[in-house]
Design a binder for this molecule. Structure first.
Ligand code: GLN
Length: 209
């Protein structure tokens, strides 16, 4: 399965470097247009500036195709600004004008909600399905998940605060797994993506051994 990183703005090189540890180079795609998107079986949405990413998605003809692939079941791991782009609703917050979103993930988030003096911090995150030590969560001007609707469920916590959710094969994280050396989350997501039903609802054949 080919894995793509949306490569319009943000921490794209960091995601590609992290993925290079877990995916063969020939299966990695930098997604810049609809043709690239059509090639991938899983997609990473990087952190960055959601207003810019939304504008570039629209300018590059990716806004509607991405919405369609999401609805068809494409596994996506969205980090930080990526989560904002997919959220059903944004609560007004300190950032002023919020971008339109793809309104896919059943969550309400508020941008930049951890406050200016804590623009960037690291915290131990508990992630469902990750054995061993907590995950080192890197938070950079992170959005806060305020509400998780019925279609989504929490999968990551910093103390009591939900910092990651999942809706079917789409994961949304407010922290940046690509910025820590720990690759467990990239692996876990790709394993689950490989087992996700294809858009036609059929499972990929398993190899006999
Ligand atoms: N604050 C950014 C936004 O609102 C997100 C920050 C990030 O992706 N690290 O888009």
């Amino acid at each position: 399965m080919r894995a793509g990183v949306l490569a319009l703005q943000g921490d794209v090189p960091e995601h590609l470097r992290a993925l290079a540890d877990v995916v063969p180079a020939h299966d990695l795609v930098a997604v810049r247009g609809p043709g690239d998107l059509a090639e991938v079986g899983a997609l990473f949405l990087p952190g960055g500036e959601s207003t810019t990413i939304v504008r570039l998605l629209q300018q590059n003809g990716l806004w509607h195709p991405l919405g369609e692939r999401l609805r068809a079941g494409l596994p996506v791991l969205a980090t930080c600004a990526g989560l904002i782009v997919l959220a059903r609703a944004l609560a007004p917050g300190p950032s002023g004008t919020d971008p339109p979103t793809l309104e896919f993930l059943d969550v309400t988030v508020r941008r930049n909600d951890y406050g200016a003096q804590r623009e960037s911090f690291e915290a131990a995150v508990r992630v469902e399905g990750l054995a061993g030590a907590p995950f080192p969560g890197v938070f950079i001007r992170a959005p806060r998940i305020l509400e998780v609707g019925a279609a989504a469920r929490p999968i990551a916590w910093w103390g009591e605060q939900v910092v990651g959710i999942r809706q079917g094969s789409v994961w949304g994280l407010t922290f940046h797994p690509e910025l820590s050396p720990d690759r467990r989350l990239h692996r876990l997501f790709l394993e689950s993506a490989a087992g996700a039903p294809t858009p036609r609802g059929t499972r990929r054949p398993r190899s006999p051994r």
